[in-house]
Design a protein around this ligand. Structure first.
Ligand SMILES: Cc1ncc(COP(=O)(O)O)c(C=O)c1O
Length: 435
């Protein structure tokens, strides 16, 4: 049976249909995905594109839902709650007055402001690097770092952690095509073997090791000291996406606290403001040697309008708070919530994944169908949480990805654990009934 004829029951099959099936020269090429979505919706298991009717925070209301229904929100990434901080809001008002609304040109030309420059300086100071460049999104920063730094003839070698984020892989695909080298997730022995082989037959060209500092599906962190040691040994650069732990974990530097950051010359840091810093935007920071290369060759920098003043103002004020005693307090609150969530979910009989504790608390569901039933039950009963399933995670390794904030209350976590237990019971009974 061709994939076009295949009927997918969203409560039965896995998300295999997300493997792109669009072929042909008419709009019928999009039928498989549209049919698939229609089926999921008909089964009440659609959990994407949920529009909030108010600001993000520990509670949320969704467009189209009963106006009295207030959900416990475990589905956003404002880890420190800074998007609602009054000082951050004040910084926006001042910014509009002083800088207006729009960057209106590429930052390589006139699209940066003195505000943006001061944010770059603050970032490079915090990270102990010579320079930082701003991007409009974290995705674009990561993509732009790789494509901008890579050799144009495709002569460089890339070793990408198997769980690295989409922006990193898409960039490497742009440079190398689909057949690029991956190493097993967090497996430094595998990485070492591959680097050794590579250097044996190519002693001259560049090598880039591409990793996240916190992998967002499993809350797992790399062995950064060992990876930097390998980078020294094999004369490689490390591109490190710090999206999920920068600002939120440890003293605010997350996995970077395990290394001598200032002297990590082979480290190029890319990150985003969209998790802990309350707004859109991203940055790449590193040695001054990369500054002009990125300014002139990074496509999402030179060929894209610069980040607007408002997100700069938000990121700058958020960064100042995140790296102040108040930031320490917020991280302590966040971590207390994280610890509590691990305890509550574990006590309720669930397996919580991860080799480090972070704002991401992934609870294993396994079977896709079961995970969808659980999510539907949770939403109907007042809990908003994101689900990840294949291809974002392995087949039958679906998770509920609880994202915690400093501003959550402990009783919300207790309520979530109880409800999750109920949801699991409901899903199991539905499955049994179907057999
Ligand atoms: C690890 C990681 N890197 C980069 C990004 C992209 O960042 P942004 O949403 O700021 O574009 C995301 C997702 O949002 C992410 O999870």
């Amino acid at each position: 049976m061709s994939i076009l004829e295949q009927k997918i029951d969203p409560l039965k099959g896995s998300l295999l249909s997300f493997i792109k099936t669009n072929k042909g020269k008419t709009y019928e090429r999009f039928d498989p995905i549209n049919d698939y979505v229609a089926q999921i919706k008909a089964n009440g298991a659609w959990s994407y594109s949920q529009a909030l009717t108010g600001p993000i925070g520990p509670y949320a209301q969704l467009d189209g839902m009963h106006p009295d229904l207030v959900l416990d929100n475990f589905a956003c990434t404002d880890y420190l709650g800074l998007a609602q901080h009054p000082e951050v809001h004040r910084a926006v008002t001042e910014c509009v007055k002083d800088y207006g609304l729009h960057a209106s040109a590429s930052p390589t030309l006139t699209g940066n402001t003195s505000l943006g420059k001061s944010l770059e300086t603050l970032l490079s100071d915090i990270l102990g690097k010579d320079c930082a460049l701003l991007y409009t999104t974290g995705w674009g920063a990561n993509y732009g770092a790789i494509v901008g730094l890579a050799n144009r003839d495709g002569a460089d070698h890339f070793f990408v952690d198997a769980h690295a984020h989409n922006c990193l892989r898409t960039a490497v695909e742009t440079v190398k095509g689909r057949e690029y080298q991956q190493f097993r997730h967090n497996d430094c022995d595998d990485l070492e073997t591959k680097l050794k082989k590579c250097r044996q037959w190519d002693a001259h060209n560049g090598i880039f090791i591409v990793i996240d500092s916190l992998y967002s599906m499993k809350s797992s962190a790399p062995d950064l000291p060992r990876i930097l040691q390998l980078a020294e040994e094999f004369e490689a650069f490390v591109i490190l996406d710090v999206a999920h732990d920068f600002g939120a974990v440890g003293n605010g530097l997350g996995a970077m606290e395990t290394i001598d950051l200032e002297n990590a010359d082979r480290l190029i840091i890319s990150g985003c403001f969209s998790k802990s810093l309350g707004t859109n935007g991203g940055f790449v920071a590193g040695s001054k040697a990369i500054h002009h290369q990125l300014m002139l060759y990074s496509p999402t920098y030179i060929f894209s309008t610069g980040i607007d003043p408002i997100p700069c103002a938000i990121a700058k004020r958020s960064l100042e708070i995140a790296f102040s005693p108040e930031g320490q307090y917020l991280r302590a609150r966040l971590m207390a919530n994280v610890e509590h969530a691990h305890q509550q979910f574990t006590d309720a009989g669930f397996r919580v994944l991860g080799n480090v504790k972070s704002a991401i608390v992934p609870v294993l569901m396994g079977d896709e169908k079961l995970a969808r039933l659980v999510t539907r039950y949770l939403l109907e009963n007042g809990l908003l949480v994101n689900r990840a399933e294949f291809p974002a995670v392995g087949r039958k390794e679906s998770i509920l990805r609880f994202t915690l904030m400093a501003t959550h209350e402990k009783f919300q976590i207790d309520r979530a654990a109880l409800l999750l237990k109920d949801a699991w019971g409901y899903a199991q009974s539905e499955l049994v009934e179907e057999l």
